[in-house]
Design a binder for this molecule. Sequence first.
Ligand code: SIN
Ligand code: CO
Length: 380
Amino acid sequence: MNPALPAFRLPLPADEFLSRYWQREPLVLRGAADGLDHPEPDLLAGLALEPGVEARLVRGSEEQGWSLQHGPFSEDELTALPERDWTLLVQSVDCYLTEVSLLLDSFDFLPAWRLDDIMISVAGDGGGVGPHFDRYDVFLVQARGRRRWKLGPVCDPYTPQRDAGGLRLLQDMPVTDEFVLDPGDVLYVPPWRAHWGVAEGGDCVTWSVGFRAPSAVELLERLTDTALSRAPEQLWTDAGRPTPDSPARLEDGDRQALARTGTALLDDPSVRAEALGALLSEPRQASLDFAVDMGHILAGGPDTALVRHGGVRLVFQDGEQGPELWLNGQRRVLARDETDLAELLARKRRITEAELAEVLTPGGEALLEEWINDGYFERA
Ligand code: SIN
Ligand code: CO
């Protein structure tokens, strides 16, 4: 087994990737990832047996028709799978297997809050989820075996889709590009771009690094909830108002002043910091139940001093009272001597002794001890 930890290297300057491809164009990156031998298919199948783990089993093909089942699955169901035409997909593997989450440190050409999760699929020969589009960016990292990817046009909400045994598939996907990915190859697919991956040969494992893009509804909901929790009971006042030209009308000046009274808190920087810090630091799976496999991490990274549990999401930002760190939806206003440590912890999941030594102060040490006791971090 290759003991290397999972890593991805963008083989072009980050500026060029961001300006030409990110959210715009697909890109094949040959040999850009490494350290993907673990987890083996059996371990992934084991995760799909656990209640609380989001897992799906897709069977079939365009010729036979499709079926979608949701986990948790029984061991008998998974061992009875045929040779071909199935895919088992396990969501948020980074939360359960901390060593998998370390791949996310390689995506530091994007802000950490933009990362969502790592889904891993295992497929028999011919397995795939059919022609579809996703609404978020994805890096599809081939870990084992081979997968043929077909790309189609850019879709939109009106692109015709069909229900195929519970899957939302495209009515039609004219193929614009086609590639076969070998282990270590990566395909970046922007949102809305039609794609379809089919395993060529069995034992096909693909990691999908997915990104988080909150909707306007989600953002407005969080901003208004936070604003409402701070809104004063005080009623509208208009002492010294001018005589109205037309008492029947809601005049422009009143309309603007009323609307401003209602929305002023939405523009308040501290409301924004609280609403967005809480939203963006909420983990997909709020559980620290899965142990950190430190033996595995040390085998691939002997210089490891500290690891963040895969179920922890951090957002570092400037708040009303200075820098603050949001950890799984909870705010910590930082003392001056905790700030460098907090910034490092939010930036990297695996931290070396040298990196830690550079930022550790007595205050930082106490904070780290607290978070280690809470299970958010683990010392090597
Ligand atoms: C897969 O890993 O089989 C599917 C991933 C995707 O198409 O988004
Ligand atoms: Co997809």
